[in-house]
Design a protein around this ligand. Structure first.
Ligand code: ZN
Length: 257
């Protein structure tokens, strides 16, 4: 690399390290994750506001060396407005670039960080923000696996319309005496700190406690006639869970493999 180009790259890293972009708490984030690099002492907290699989806002806080801060700063700039899938592709490209020096056009400005490939000790500084991002994207993937049919979505939206105080729909799980767990759908007026949410196509906010994500991954929520009670002709919500093992006779509770 020509000397003046290398100097320019260094200047950009120093500039981003000193005046990181998108720095500070993102109060309306639906994801946040902490990353720590014990080799250098770099620490970051990455915040993402994701909506319909688009990374609408990214911000971070942290302390660390110029490379770790510049890398986090460039990450927030590069991924603004990208979809979750695009972000995953850029993560893969960036990892290959830093560890195997394979360059991809998608990297754009991130090429500036290529200099660390000559300093193996600094690779962890450059990739810290990216591994933190990956942890968030993995969480998001699990989260987005819950699906609602059109009829379930419009049923819940119309309930919300009637109940002006509620801000969204929350799905939780409770232990029941019968044979294990039961789903508890409710309308909520405020969010619990451990809640994460996702938005459906028509803007319904579905809140889930992050502790139960593993239980509800792959879940489909439907709203249809209760076939066991056809004489009353009443519709209700159905929860179709691919991980369900046993359903008790009354149909209320289930266990998970
Ligand atoms: Zn560092």
């Amino acid at each position: 690399m020509m000397t003046d180009l290398r100097e320019l790259y260094q200047e950009v890293i120093i500039d981003h390290g000193r005046r990181p972009r998108n720095f500070g708490i993102l109060t309306d984030a639906n994801y946040h994750e902490e990353g720590f690099n014990p080799l250098c002492g770099d620490k970051i907290l990455l915040y993402i506001k994701e909506n319909n699989s688009v990374l609408e806002k990214l911000q971070f806080e942290g302390v660390g060396c110029a490379i770790s801060m510049a890398s986090a700063s460039l990450l927030t700039e590069t991924l603004q407005g990208k979809t979750v899938n695009e972000a995953l592709e850029i993560f893969t490209d960036f990892s290959q670039f830093i560890t195997d020096k394979i360059f991809s056009d998608r990297l754009g400005k991130l090429a500036i960080l290529g200099g660390v490939t000559q300093f193996p000790a600094r690779v962890k500084c450059a990739t810290l923000a990216w591994h933190t991002l990956k942890a968030i994207l993995d969480k998001n993937k699990k989260n987005s696996k819950i699906d609602l049919t059109r009829s379930a979505e419009s049923h819940i939206l119309s309930m919300l319309e009637k109940d002006k105080k509620s801000i969204g729909f929350r799905l939780s799980i409770k232990k029941t005496g019968c044979s294990g767990f039961a789903y508890v759908p409710t309308l909520i007026e405020k969010v619990t700190p451990t809640d994460i949410y996702f938005k459906t196509q028509n803007g319904l906010k579905v809140y889930i406690d992050c502790d139960i994500l593993a239980f509800v991954s792959g879940l489909l929520i439907d709203y249809k006639d209760d076939e066991a009670n056809l004489n009353i002709k009443q519709k209700r919500l159905f929860f179709i869970n691919p991980h369900e093992k046993n359903r008790c006779g009354c149909g209320e509770s289930f266990t998970i493999e």
